[in-house]
Design a protein around this ligand. Structure first.
Ligand code: ADP
Ligand code: S3P
Ligand code: MG
Length: 170
């Protein structure tokens, strides 16, 4: 089925949106964008540096701008940030412009390998904060998703499932 829309990857930090999206794009030849990378590049640094320099409010505005800019692009795989779903404008953009895929990775798996130093919103609270945010956001992710990809059988299986999905949808 050819659908002239994007595939948006949503889910908790560390669930694999960026790594799975990028790898699947390579496998399928479908273009790829990561809203975090777009925001970071716009300021010539990393997401961490962006937070330190401009703060979360500015980051959230830039995140929405990045998402809005992508509505003009040809169909692609778009990895969002874990907090993108919190803004109703972002939810509206994603609903209007594509299929929303929740990367549903078990909390224990996320806790086992998440790199907190690269995640400014979680760094100070440690793994307890990861757990709190996970439970707070899971209902939002579930409610928004058109499709859920259960990511509990390893990285390569998740790439395989996502690759199939992309070939069906884009
Ligand atoms: N099954 C898996 N799915 C996705 N990522 C995995 C998996 N197992 C281990 N990882 C690792 O976990 C990290 C996920 O981080 P990332 O892709 O940046 O997630 P997100 O963009 O959702 O925050 C990567 O370093 C990846 O190599
Ligand atoms: O969940 C969040 O609030 C955030 C998630 C991050 O993206 P990842 O989910 O790709 O780590 C990034 O957008 C920023 O650090 C804030
Ligand atoms: Mg990411």
């Amino acid at each position: 089925m050819a659908v002239d829309k994007h595939l948006f990857l949503i889910g908790m930090q560390g669930c694999g949106k960026s790594s799975l999206g990028k790898r699947t794009a390579k496998e399928t030849g479908v273009p790829f964008a990561d809203t975090d990378a777009m925001v970071a590049q716009s300021a010539g640094g990393t997401v961490n540096e962006f937070f330190e320099k401009y703060g979360e409010e500015t980051f959230r505005r830039a995140e929405t701008n990045a998402l809005a800019a992508l509505t003009y692009a040809r169909p692609m795989i778009i990895s969002t940030g874990g907090g993108t779903v919190l803004n109703p404008v972002n939810r509206h953009i994603m609903r209007s412009w594509g299929t929303i895929v929740l990367i549903d990775r078990p909390l224990e798996d996320i806790l086992s390998d998440i790199k907190l130093d690269r995640r400014p919103t979680l760094r100070d609270g440690g793994l307890a904060e990861v757990e709190r945010v996970y439970h707070e956001r899971l209902p939002i992710y579930r409610d928004l998703a058109d499709i859920t990809l259960r990511n509990d059988q390893g990285y390569h299986m998740a790439v395989y499932i996502l690759t199939r999905l992309v070939r069906e949808r884009l």
